[in-house]
Design a protein around this ligand. Structure first.
Ligand code: GYE
Length: 326
């Protein structure tokens, strides 16, 4: 076949692909024929201030960018997320995005989405499947790095001191990427100095209620806690209530490090009740809409899209609090 006819075939194919892309769906009717991109999104739940801000960001950006968002709240249950993904496949949405409650157990349902030719975007949390063809891209934070930043602050804070430092840890939801990774990153940094001892570590489910309850049991069992490392602000805030109820001063008697930097956390930081916060941005909406449009058009996207984050001391929290939106 000559070069010219090959080029002609290629051009025809490209036009066909472009037309399919412009239509915004591949013959399905999930959008009710509106021509809008239909995005099925399965959210973890409403466990924290971070999650509330993340949901708002996704809903607001969908509205602003003309995306028809089918939003389903999994109420913290993987089985609900699997059900939601299956229903998105049946509805033939254009793109599926979800924030996996836990890291494992996704291969079967994601193969179903792949067989149905519906691209999947992992949002905020990763999965542990080695088969990266099951999703187009993963947008979110580097949770190991967040744990490391928490550990680095601690190492600096106790520099030059030799007494043992008794640490208690409130972990996130068992099996969730941010719980696994924030634990690993922190442990990696503090293991360099044997004076740092994690004397208790338990899940507080990323919620205020559980954070408070678990901290109460920690306080009863260990009269000598120096530091609390909580995998998110909400658990730290719950723990502050328990510490105060036990007659101790949070931030002074017990130093506190958390992750997220939502408004309530930043307020406690500015007040000196938390000593350091590692930021994790929930504002993933605009980038998610952009990626959804690109994958729907068959454009190449990066396998990993990282969000940019910083850290906050009480002084820095005071400065940024007035403009903090979430
Ligand atoms: O840090 C926590 C939330 O997955 C990054 O989930 C998210 C975490 C966040 O419940 O507050």
């Amino acid at each position: 076949m000559g070069k010219r006819s090959l080029a002609a075939i290629a051009a025809t194919l490209m036009t066909a692909a472009a037309l399919a892309g412009c239509a915004g769906d591949d013959g399905g009717d999930a959008g009710g024929g509106s021509g809008k991109l239909v995005l099925g999104f399965s959210q973890v739940g409403a466990e924290s201030g971070w999650r509330t801000a993340n949901t708002k960001s996704i809903q607001d950006s969908a509205a602003a960018s003309g995306v028809d968002l089918k939003f389903v709240d999994a109420q913290g249950k993987q089985e609900n997320q699997i059900k939601a993904i299956r229903s998105f496949i049946t509805q033939r949405v254009d793109v599926i995005a979800f924030s996996p409650v836990v890291e494992s157990g996704w291969d079967t349902v994601l193969k179903e989405a792949k067989d149905a030719d519906i691209p999947v975007i992992l949002t905020d949390r990763a999965i542990d499947s080695p088969d990266t063809s099951l999703y187009k891209t993963f947008i979110g934070s580097d949770f190991v790095l967040e744990g490391k930043k928490a550990g680095e602050w601690l190492v600096k804070e106790y520099e030059g001191k030799n007494d043992p430092v008794n640490i208690v840890e409130l972990q996130g939801t068992p099996g969730a990427a941010p719980a696994n990774d924030r634990k690993t990153g922190f442990a990696d940094v503090i293991k360099a100095d044997p004076k740092f001892k994690v004397i208790a570590s338990q899940t507080g489910q990323f919620t205020r209620t559980d954070g408070k309850q678990v901290m109460e049991t920690f306080l009863k069992a260990h009269p000598d806690i120096d530091v609390l490392y909580a995998h998110n602000d909400d658990m730290g805030l719950g723990a502050i209530e328990a510490i105060e109820a036990a007659g101790k001063k949070p931030g002074t008697d017990i130093k506190i490090i958390t992750v997220d930097a939502v408004k309530d956390g930043m307020t406690a930081l500015a007040a000196g009740k938390i000593n350091y916060i590692v930021e994790c941005s929930p504002l993933l909406g605009p980038q998610l809409m952009d990626l959804a449009k690109k994958v729907n058009n068959g454009e190449q996207v990066e396998q990993r899209v990282l969000t940019e984050e910083t850290t906050f001391t009480p002084e820095q929290a005071k400065q940024v609090l007035p403009e903090r939106k979430y």
